[in-house]
Design a protein around this ligand. Structure first.
Ligand code: DQA
Length: 152
């Protein structure tokens, strides 16, 4: 099974940007954590980060036929992008939304998630651990869907 992990704008600035909100870990340490989590779940993964909405749309479209599922933190585009929502709906791959911070307890403008309406699950406010939880959830979901889940 192969999953695509997408991070949106400014996630490459982790460790520098607002450490009180997003923590002190860098984007490269997040990438290592994600790669290790996928390895221990027996999943192949590709990581993608972009600051550009259209590039994220292109990446989601290109996932069709190549990936089994998507983990996505659309970052600020969460709250603005119908294009990313439509791309997720277009490919119809199971997607799990992640937010490092607890967006539910932040500003009013962060209370809408367009992409989230196309996702099977959302993790927020768990820091980097949210990605690990999302990867495990997606793996279980894919196994159940394929009817090949072995553990109970
Ligand atoms: C974020 C939350 C968004 O509101 C914000 O624009 C981000 C990061 C998070 O991971 O907590 O850039 O998606």
């Amino acid at each position: 099974m192969k999953i695509l992990v997408i991070n949106g704008p400014n996630i490459n600035m982790l460790g520098i940007r607002e450490p009180d909100v997003y923590g002190e870990g860098s984007y490269s340490s997040l990438c290592r954590l994600i790669s290790d989590a996928c390895l221990s779940e027996g999943l192949e993964c590709e990581l993608f980060q972009s600051n550009h909405e259209g590039a994220i749309v292109d990446k989601i479209q290109s996932a069709l036929g190549f990936f089994d599922g998507i983990v996505i933190n659309p970052a600020a585009y969460t709250h603005t992008s119908v294009a990313i929502l439509d791309a997720l709906k277009a490919v119809s791959l199971p997607a799990v939304e992640v937010h490092i911070s607890d967006v539910a307890s932040r500003e009013d403008f962060r209370q809408i998630s367009y992409a989230g309406t196309a996702c099977i699950k959302t993790y927020m406010g768990l820091g980097f651990e949210g990605y690990v939880r999302a990867i495990k959830y997606l793996k279980n979901y894919l196994e159940d869907k394929d009817g090949c889940k072995t553990d109970v």
